[in-house]
Design a binder for this molecule. Structure first.
Ligand code: UDX
Length: 456
């Protein structure tokens, strides 16, 4: 099929490249000329594993192209995806990019066309798009607006798009449902056809539920700290229950990113507009804010007064394998450390450029060892793989004090303690002794993110 995608962010670019890879003809359109020029020159604007390769491959075989011309992209396509940003501004979601995309689409429609919305938008947005298109159409043609939310995650976007758990198609049109089903047929995933509003709600409900799950385990982790339990064991014990599952039960410094925070706030607003107080989700957001504060409190407990102390930070992105620092816990935590007059030295394998645009007064290092040199302690904030395999004897010799705060519980606490480090995690007291006696089942390893590692 011929597909046009409007917006070349994480979602638009990934789905464009992937749809081209499974056999469709795709044109990705963006109003940002410099982005389009870069893409035509093979420069991918985001750090996303596997994306450059798949873009390059499909660009070379002419199944993927880039353009600034919305009208042409639309007129040559059967399906047009809207994959533009929908930021949450102060009190509500900003739909201006969706609106201008809809206006552009209206001018290019020259036959029956499906307009599929990939951007996460509040309830009723499909109707808004439909109205804008009707008002701005040059020649009357039939069209259908479909709500088709995307569930890919940054850091594993290509893999997620090509192996979705399910595909949601929100439409009342039988014809549109059939064409969309055909588009996704090569992915061999379950397809749920529903009405537009339900499709819109599904996306928010998923992200709100995931945020709730992480806030829940973070709260349990803090309780584990208080009573001397181990949250990794608690999460594993919970995860074996298939009704709960192991996913999204890793305690940490709080959740962030471009979607979960924004979508939770929008979902609360959607409920509010219906006269309903989404108190549960409000509390989930509060627990998340508290979690970031708690990291600073723990650092203070370990070092005392933070004035002029040098804190070495490992990891700035909101999660590994991405350069995205939007709503990253690291940004908030560093800002707090700085308000307490601490000096901050930081390193991230991919996100330093983006972090540098937001953070002021941070010394950026070229690797973890440079961060450790003369720092009073190390705080690991993002679980990049390369941090698991550092030469910790060298790290210890470089630090002023051998203190490590592993906010992602991803390092080997036993080994670090043997090396003479003061090791602190989130809710993991007493981890080292029991670890040796556990069965090495693959399920357990997977749950703990330990695939391929020895437990001892
Ligand atoms: C999310 C949704 O997962 C995805 O379906 C949607 O399309 C976009 O939003 P993403 O923002 O890429 O994806 O990140 P995700 O993997 O969901 O992680 C969100 C945050 O939760 C990160 O800060 C991550 O570190 C944190 N997290 C996740 C935890 O702290 N513990 C966990 O167990 C899982």
């Amino acid at each position: 099929m011929r597909v046009c995608i409007i917006g070349t962010g994480y979602v638009g670019l990934t789905m464009g490249a992937c749809l081209a890879d499974i056999g469709h003809d795709v044109v990705c359109v963006d109003i940002d000329g410099s982005k389009i020029t870069s893409l035509c020159n093979g420069v991918i604007p985001v750090h996303e594993p596997g994306l450059s390769k798949i873009v390059e491959k499909n660009y070379k075989r002419n199944t993927l192209s880039f353009s600034m011309d919305v009208g042409e992209g639309v007129s040559e396509s059967d399906i047009v995806f809207i994959a533009v940003g929908t930021p949450f501004n102060e009190k509500s979601v900003d739909l201006s990019h969706v609106e201008s995309a809809a206006k552009g689409i209206a001018k290019g429609i020259n036959k029956y066309t499906i307009i599929a919305n990939k951007s996460t938008v509040p309830v009723g947005s499909a109707e808004l798009v439909k109205r804008i298109i009707l008002e701005n159409m040059v020649y009357p043609h039939k069209f259908d607006v479909v709500s088709n939310p995307e569930f890919l995650r940054e850091g594993s976007a290509v893999k997620d798009f090509l192996n979705p758990d399910r595909i949601i198609i929100g439409t009342d049109s039988q014809k549109a449902a059939e064409i969309m089903t055909e588009l996704y047929r090569p992915l061999k995933a379950p397809i749920l056809i529903t009405d537009q509003i339900s499709a819109e709600i599904i996306k928010y409900a998923c992200n709100a539920f995931l945020a709730t799950k992480v806030s829940f385990i973070n709260f349990i982790a803090n309780l584990c700290d208080a009573v001397g339990a181990n949250v990794k064991d608690v999460a594993t014990g919970m995860g074996y229950d298939k009704r709960i599952s192991f996913e999204f039960l890793k305690a940490g410094p709080g959740w962030g990113g471009s979607c979960l925070p924004k979508d939770c706030k929008t979902f609360i607003k959607i409920a509010e507009d219906c006269g309903y107080e989404f108190n549960l989700l409000k509390e989930v957001l509060k627990v998340n804010e508290d979690q970031k504060r708690l990291v600073v409190v723990k650092i203070r407990q370990l070092l005392g007064d933070l004035k002029d102390k040098c804190i070495g930070i490992l990891g700035l992105s909101f999660k590994p394998n991405t350069d995205d620092v939007r709503e990253a816990p690291a940004i908030d935590i560093i800002n707090h450390l700085q308000t307490e007059c601490a000096l901050v030295k930081a390193y991230d394998p991919a996100a330093m450029e983006n972090a540098g645009r937001i953070l002021k007064g941070v010394e950026f290092a070229t690797n973890a060892y440079e961060v450790a040199k003369d720092s009073d302690m190390l705080v690991l904030l993002t679980e990049w793989d390369e941090f698991r395999w550092l030469d910790f004897e060298r790290i210890k010799s470089l630090l002023k004090k051998p203190i490590i705060f592993d906010t992602r519980n991803c390092l080997d606490s036993q080994l670090l303690t043997e090396f003479g480090f003061v090791y602190t995690g989130i809710g993991v007291k007493g981890i080292s002794l029991e670890k040796i006696q556990r069965p090495e089942t693959s399920l357990f390893m997977e749950a703990q993110g330990l695939e391929g590692e020895s437990l001892i």
